[in-house]
Ligand binder design. Structure first.
Ligand code: CA
Length: 229
């Protein structure tokens, strides 16, 4: 469940979006112009914005840029143009994801879920825990600080992201593929990258693969973080 701002001037598309999002138990606000959208975002904290690029008052990418100047709220842009250059341009301009019109309800749901999941992973406003505690491990997500048994850990950015991602779901086995997608934001790559980072992280936590305390590797399945027994 998330709070969603729908920015769409087409009354028909707008009602359909509102209906679907409400049915999926999200709370929805909707506006029809970029200026109204900017005003809303400045005043209300949304979990995600769905932004139509063909608005009557401002060019879509201009609207996106202005929105980015106000907030780092995740933005899914809805565009009628399905060409790679356009999509790359939008992602570079700060869009988190995109939908090509006309899109199905299933497509929208999938994109929305992915964006919210990523926002959670990076400690966004979508209900992410600001402080994670697992056993003697303490992670201050917003300030990007981690400590073990009261002693601060000196982690690289990637190690911190990896630790936070795993610690946010203690006891849950996470596949390497998922780590690659969520922490590295890559849809493909080799497991070695992850194994190397895991071993560095392990060393900083003062443990080894043979004698794990927090980080447990399940061969051929994935990795999980849980407090020592
Ligand atoms: Ca439009």
């Amino acid at each position: 469940m998330a709070s969603v701002l729908v920015v769409e001037d087409d009354q028909f598309v707008r009602s359909a979006l509102i209906r679907h999002l409400t049915e999926a138990s999200h709370t929805v606000r909707s506006v029809g112009t970029a200026l109204e959208a900017l005003r809303e975002v400045a005043q209300v904290g949304f979990d995600v914005v769905i932004l139509d690029l063909g608005l009557p008052d401002l060019d879509g990418s201009e609207a996106l840029k202005m929105l980015r100047g106000l907030s780092d709220v995740p933005v899914i842009v809805a565009t009628a143009r399905d060409d790679e250059t356009e999509v790359v341009r939008l992602l570079n301009a700060g869009a988190d994801d995109y939908l090509v019109k006309p899109f199905s309800v299933e497509h929208l749901s999938a994109r929305l879920a992915a964006v919210l999941r990523r926002a959670n992973g990076r400690g966004g406003s979508a209900g992410a825990e600001a402080l994670i505690r697992v056993g003697g491990l303490e992670i201050d997500v917003r300030r990007r600080l981690a400590a073990l048994d009261g002693v601060g850990l000196d982690l690289t950015r990637r190690e911190f992201d990896l630790l936070t991602f795993l610690a946010a779901r203690p006891g849950e086995v996470v596949a390497r593929r998922e780590l690659l997608a969520e922490v590295w934001q890559q849809s493909y790559g080799d497991d070695q990258t992850i194994d190397v980072h895991l071993s560095w992280l392990r060393r900083k936590l003062g443990e080894t693969a043979a004698r794990p305390r927090y980080l447990h590797t399940l061969r051929g399945v994935g990795v999980k973080l849980e407090p020592p027994a």
